[in-house]
Design a protein around this ligand. Structure first.
Ligand SMILES: Cc1ncc(COP(=O)(O)O)c(C=O)c1O
Length: 349
């Protein structure tokens, strides 16, 4: 019998559950962008309700959800403020400039959270002054991908919300892993989303659905976003089967994410026991474990290759000195034990 592969490259590798596949097979097939589709409409309602917002919009990806949110908030004018290592700045190929035509101001931060004083100093009322571009949007990210799944503190979000209201600047949350953040904080996603005008989350990551993201906000904002979704080619047609999987993702899969956080902690604790320079287990808040291999005898590509040869897939991250390991539904405690055994063997060689 061959040992099953353990894929820690991302939580996007999670397969739909049998319940999702059954629901997909029997879902409605309305043309969502012509007559509407009842399953898509239900998914959008459920997403909005969970986030405490008036309306929701189903989009193909988190990248498109961010782009559409940015377009709908700004109308392609002004400056967007966000922490320098935000996914939108580092991994969305400059769409914010190239497609939305906006200026961005990367802010210094700590564990993905923008420095509040730097943010306060950077905010300028929209349209103020003849020689300055006004702030059109503040964007936040939680959990934070590049900061190893770190979660934004609610008190900081509340302070940023206060600042945004004071300056009449909207706030958007890139919550690709919003349910992970909420699980880590022990609150509903609405408690996080209350600090923003709009929020998006992915059903395609740890929630196990095959495709999709939901953007939520006021009815007016979502109507506007629907137009921009069409502009960027994200109109959906017979998306009922994807929405059917998405409903199960939200209703059933969001409640099990604590298991992924526990396996991430187990992984980080075990790795630190092998070599404390690799990772600080106390920094693990959700399902992402970033490993620093700069003091390991092997570079990130060698980790990838050597672990790959024993059926464990990990991803080098940005440089040859870092890896990102992500836990999810297909990785249980026994799988983590096997990973730790193989890493131990690799490091001893
Ligand atoms: C924080 C964050 N935002 C946005 C995205 C983009 O999502 P997608 O891959 O669906 O475009 C990701 C993907 O990993 C992410 O981690």
């Amino acid at each position: 019998m061959t040992t099953p592969e353990i894929d820690l490259r991302s939580d996007t590798v999670t397969r739909p559950t049998p319940e999702m596949l059954a629901a997909m097979a029997h879902a409605s097939l309305g043309d969502d962008s012509r007559d509407g589709d009842p399953t898509v409409a239900r998914l959008e309602d459920i997403a909005a309700q969970q986030c405490g917002k008036q309306a929701g919009l189903f989009l193909p990806s988190g990248t498109m959800a961010n782009l559409v949110a940015i377009l709908a908030h700004t109308g392609r004018a002004g400056e967007v403020l966000m922490e320098a290592t935000s996914h939108t700045l580092t991994s969305e190929l400059g769409g914010i400039g190239a497609l939305a035509g906006l200026f961005t101001r990367p802010l210094p931060g700590h564990r993905g959270a923008p420095d509040f004083d730097a943010l306060r100093a950077a905010v300028r009322r929209p349209g103020i002054g003849r020689n300055r571009v006004g702030t059109a949007l503040i964007q936040l990210e939680t959990s934070h991908n590049h900061a190893g799944g770190a979660v934004l503190p609610l008190a900081l979000m509340a302070a940023i919300r206060g600042l945004s209201l004071q300056h009449n600047v909207p706030v958007h949350i890139d919550g690709a892993r919003l349910f992970n953040a909420a699980t880590a904080l022990g609150v509903g996603v609405d408690v996080i989303a209350q600090h923003a005008d709009s929020v998006n989350f992915c059903i395609s990551k740890g929630l196990s659905a095959p495709i999709g993201s939901l953007l939520c906000g006021t009815e007016e904002f979502i109507e506007n976003a629907r137009g921009y979704r069409r502009m960027v080619g994200g109109n959906l047609r017979q998306a009922g089967p994807l929405a059917a999987a998405g409903i199960i993702a939200i209703e059933r899969m969001s409640t099990r994410l604590g298991e992924d956080h526990a396996t991430a902690k187990q992984l980080a604790t075990g790795l630190a026991a092998l070599d404390p320079s690799l990772v600080d287990p106390a920094a693990i808040e959700t399902n992402i474990v970033r490993i620093d291999v700069s003091r390991s005898p092997l570079d990130a590509a060698s980790w990838e290759q050597k672990l790959g040869s024993v059926g464990i897939r990990v991803g080098a991250y940005g440089t040859e000195k870092q890896l990102r390991l992500v836990t999810h539904r297909h990785v249980d405690a026994a799988a983590i034990d096997r990973v730790l055994e193989e890493v131990g063997r690799m490091l001893r060689r």
